[in-house]
Design a protein around this ligand. Structure first.
Ligand SMILES: [Zn+2]
Ligand SMILES: [Zn+2]
Length: 100
């Protein structure tokens, strides 16, 4: 007799009470998209929306946490070559320019 293989339940999701729920808002991400890089002004190539705050309760899809960056600036933002406070500064400048 060969015993039947037991089925493994691999997707056992348990809520993590320590993790704060982040704000998810696809509309805010769409609204943050620009046809230029907010940091360097580059209009060529691809751009993506970057989350400025990623730690703690961060990574929220809120207008003050989303900045549209070109590939180059985006990788710099992730490697720490562009400090977060500078991203915030440029984001504020962009919002002022747009009259928000
Ligand atoms: Zn750029
Ligand atoms: Zn990013």
């Amino acid at each position: 007799m060969i015993p039947k293989p037991k089925r493994k339940s691999k997707s056992k999701r348990e809520p993590n009470p320590q993790k704060q729920q982040r704000i998810v808002d696809p509309e805010a991400i769409e609204a943050a998209r620009r046809d230029y890089c907010v940091f360097c002004g580059y209009t060529g190539g691809k751009r993506s929306v970057h989350h400025i705050r990623t730690k703690g309760a961060g990574h929220d899809d809120t207008p003050d946490n989303l900045i549209c960056l070109c590939i180059s600036c985006h990788s710099k933002a992730h490697s720490g070559q562009i400090p977060k406070k500078e991203l915030v500064w440029f984001l504020e400048l962009d919002q002022k320019r747009r009259g928000i």
